[in-house]
Ligand binder design. Sequence first.
Ligand code: AMP
Length: 273
Amino acid sequence: MKVFRDPIALQQELRGLQGSIGFVPTMGALHLGHRTLIEEARGGNDIVVVSIFVNPTQFLEGEDLQSYPRKEEADRRICELSGVDYLFYPNAEVMYGHDEMYIAAPDVRAYVLEGLSRPGHFDGVLTVVLKLFHIVRPTHAYFGKKDAQQLALIEQMVENFFLHVRIVPVDTVRESDGLALSSRNVYLSSEERQEALKISYALKCATKMIAKSVLNTATITQEMEHVLVPLDVEYIAFVNRDFHHIEQVELGNTVILIAARVGTTRLIDNLFV
Ligand code: AMP
């Protein structure tokens, strides 16, 4: 595995190669969720590139940019063992200049839900992903459904800017008890981790109701609220694939999303139905 910190050097190296390039952008502190994305990329491509970059422009003032878990050595090892060919490990100085242009995410998909409590977050995400796509020029790029809104916006960016890359969505990887894997789970104490399980229980509860043909989203939300007590719930939302709120579940076209705080840790999870 080759490690690059310089975007131009990586760009030049990759330009000289033949074959499909599978790309997995991450912020590091790699877990089984990331490894699953890497495995998918490994299975479907000649070359696999992983980036690790804690992107400052997607963090808002007061968020966990400084304390975000950083595990360079362990991450490097995981990438090596997972068959990654190129690890891109830039810093903010090489990724950003001063007074730069950036991508402005659209209102409907980017200023609801995650974008409502984190205004500007998706501008930062899309800007860095566009930069990474231009550096790596992947044929395929892998993103987790765990970040459903991010995935929808990246798919839209690819369409809007006619980018030549196939976006491959990957199912959320969970612990055996249902907790969605996240780099931020390390912030949870063991009691908080128990509490955090209520998020996936609430999604399971919604699935059971839908299986019994309860499709009214207000009714399902009420039940989910009960399951989530006493968590500090930021939102429970039912949207269609365009991220418009819906009042009736549309089978095959609905995403149920939850954001909640467990202690000081903000967690998100969702379910595609
Ligand atoms: P992050 O390092 O949190 O920015 O995540 C990098 C990529 O891994 C994103 O596409 C995430 O959606 C994806 N990811 C994070 N957690 C999971 C998970 N539990 N299952 C599947 N993909 C995930």
